[in-house]
Write a protein of this length. Structure first.
Length: 213
């Protein structure tokens, strides 16, 4: 697992804009620059995919209708490209059903041109904050995996039994070890995972996604 960049060390947020209309790209670039926001504009999805993306909090402003792959289709495919950016849709040809579908798919906002500058800025700020939180969560999960790696096989087996609701005596029978050994491994596992209670241990184990041995 690649270690995510610490939020404190990440570059300033950046807004990516994909729109096939040069005038719209220029207007959005000027608006965002006037708010001291970093922006990178692209005339097509293909151009955006070819461009190296920074390891920084970000938001994607995406036109709905473009030649080739539409913005809505690309939004549904982003995970395949390893992209988890919050998306703000903009369109001159939208309708209510299209907007509902976009929001169901996780879009931050669906704005119909002409839209208020402040509405776009509010949506972008919300998207960037959500991306910051996603990055914080990824960093915390990476740290948890590192703590899990500190457990030996016996400690992992005991922790797995504990979170399944097995008693120490039952776990000892499952593993063919003494109950004292189970208690020691349980204590070591909780200490290494920094779990202060059984409830917290279960929560951390769930976050690991059933890690097994």
């Amino acid at each position: 697992m690649t270690k995510p960049t610490s939020p404190a060390l990440a570059p300033a947020p950046i807004v990516y804009v994909i729109d096939d209309d040069p005038s719209v790209r220029a207007a959005l670039a000027d608006l965002l620059a006037s708010m001291n926001m970093r922006v990178a504009v692209f005339g097509s999805i293909e151009h955006f995919l070819q461009h190296p993306r920074e390891d920084a909090p970000a938001c994607l402003v995406l036109d709905v209708r473009m030649p080739g792959l539409s913005g809505l289709e690309f939004h549904r495919q982003m995970a395949r490209h390893g992209l988890h950016l919050p998306v703000v849709f903009i369109t001159g040809h939208g309708d209510i059903a299209m907007g509902v579908d976009a929001m169901k798919d996780g879009a931050i906002e669906f704005l119909t041109k002409p839209f208020r500058d402040q509405a776009l800025l509010d949506a972008i700020h919300l998207g960037i904050e959500r991306d910051r939180q996603r990055r914080r969560d990824a960093l915390a999960l990476h740290a948890l995996h590192q703590r899990w790696a500190l457990l030996n096989a016996g400690e992992r087996a005991v922790v797995a039994g504990v979170v399944r609701g097995r008693l120490n005596k039952q776990i000892a029978g499952d593993l063919g070890v003494s109950e004292i050994t189970v208690k020691v491994r349980r204590a070591n596992g909780m200490r290494k995972l920094q779990a202060r209670s059984l409830v917290e241990l279960v929560r951390l184990y769930d976050r690991l996604g059933e890690p097994g041995g």
